[in-house]
Design a protein around this ligand. Structure first.
Ligand code: ZN
Length: 266
């Protein structure tokens, strides 16, 4: 069975030089490809280096709304240089009205600049959205989008919006975190996702699974828990069970969905 992680951050400092070890565990459980998302300029060279060293890694470059304060005057040029070097995906980009003290001013402008770059190159985009679903829908509806589509990572929006977003080209990605009992609303929404628009993710090192479903425990140097990307296998098992689907055909469908979005021209 080939598994596909639609969204993680293998370059994260908290993994401190352990990428090779993590990737070999991933390969051991059948992970065939993972989208590794840079979230700011400082990340992008690390993401590119990981992709060059490990064929499992599909690199993605973007400015996440949490890190916009770190933007240099050259950021767009840097982003384009990365995409010239590895034209595979744009992200993580997004809109966030949830994070306390995070300015919203400027977020839409940076989001749209990156969406435009992705649309021009027809590259898939990975989008983070917290408490800005109505606005995100408007922006996507009213601006050029990549024809190949876009990923709503850790989709936590209202189920009622799924059809309208799907019409614009959305894929909906399910994180292991939604297997927690308290995430019932988010989990239920995935029953409404069209079968060809569903993807899964770890968001490693974040969004840990419930303790009893963690297959690969991991901590950072300070002993803080981290989500190991090989836990993807448990995300597949948990969601397949929740949706009442046998694992093998479920995984085959997700593989096709992943390839349609992220590697449409192999
Ligand atoms: Zn992320």
């Amino acid at each position: 069975m080939n598994l596909f992680d639609a969204h993680n951050h293998l370059q994260d400092d908290r993994f401190a030089g352990r990428a090779a070890e993590l990737l070999s565990a991933c390969a051991g459980v059948g992970v065939a490809r993972m989208v590794v998302n840079g979230a700011c300029e400082a990340d992008w060279p690390d993401v590119l280096a990981l992709a060059r060293a490990h064929p499992l890694v599909l690199p993605s470059f973007g400015y996440h709304p949490w890190y916009l304060g770190e933007r240099t005057p050259d950021w767009e040029k840097q982003l384009i240089a990365c995409l010239d070097a590895a034209p595979s995906a744009v992200g993580e980009i997004g809109l966030d009205r949830w994070k306390p003290d995070l300015p919203y001013a400027g977020q839409e402008e940076v989001f749209l600049a990156q969406l435009r770059i992705a649309a021009e190159r027809n590259l898939p985009v990975s989008i983070h959205c917290l408490q800005a679903w109505g606005r995100l829908h408007e922006l996507l509806r009213d601006h050029p989008r990549p024809a190949v589509g876009f990923l709503l990572h850790s989709f936590g929006g209202p189920a009622e919006m799924i059809p309208a977003l799907a019409r614009l080209g959305a894929r909906f990605s399910f994180p292991g975190y939604y297997l927690h009992p308290r995430k019932a609303r988010q989990r239920e929404a995935f029953r409404h996702v069209p079968p060809d628009r569903l993807l899964l993710e770890t968001d490693a090192p974040d969004q840990p699974l419930p303790a009893d479903q963690i297959r690969f425990p991991l901590t950072d140097a300070q002993g803080q828990p981290l989500n190991h990307p090989a836990n993807l296998v448990a995300v597949y098992e948990g969601l397949a069970e929740f949706l009442g689907e046998p694992l093998a055909p479920f995984a085959a469908r997700i593989a096709e969905n992943f390839q349609t979005l992220f590697t449409p021209h192999p």
